[in-house]
Design a protein around this ligand. Structure first.
Ligand code: ZN
Ligand code: ZN
Ligand code: ZN
Length: 144
């Protein structure tokens, strides 16, 4: 729950009003500290608790959290997905994603410098780098 505590502090520091709705959204996302959840699922969860809530409001809240660095966003297939920030100290990091249990592990090394040296003079504006496979637990189980 460490992440949720830091997230609360960030929200407070930004001056954003901590409504019950935002608190519930944060609590739901805190359950997804180790794996991505689709924005559609977030929407479904919130609308179960608040039937009158519009999709727009939910998406806006998600975007606000993302802008504060509380959430990490990714697109998997056609689906927009989010998860709790895994490292508030190093918001720029990369991931290893297990394709079996969907657990996300943080990779601390950023390979950008390696590629920059191969593109002298170029201006790299963004990058995306993720590894996929079986996590150690799933790999061990697969051997049995
Ligand atoms: Zn992360
Ligand atoms: Zn796994
Ligand atoms: Zn990077």
């Amino acid at each position: 729950m460490m992440g949720a505590t830091i997230a609360l502090e960030k929200i407070k520091a930004s001056g954003m009003r901590m409504t019950k709705q935002r608190r519930d959204l944060l609590a739901f996302l805190a359950q997804h500290a180790d794996s991505y959840v689709t924005v559609t699922e977030v929407d479904k969860h919130m609308r179960t608790q608040y039937p009158g809530l519009s999709h727009d409001t939910i998406y806006r809240n998600v975007k606000e959290f993302e802008a504060l660095g509380i959430l990490e966003a990714d697109v998997q297939g056609e689906q927009a997905t989010v998860k709790m920030q895994c490292d508030f100290q190093h918001p720029h990091h990369h991931h290893f994603i297990c394709q079996h249990c969907h657990r996300v592990q943080e990779l601390q090394m950023c390979p950008l410098g390696y590629f920059e040296s191969q593109l002298p003079g170029a201006q790299i504006e963004s990058h995306n780098f993720e590894l996929y496979g079986l996590c150690a637990d799933c790999a061990a189980q697969a051997e049995h």
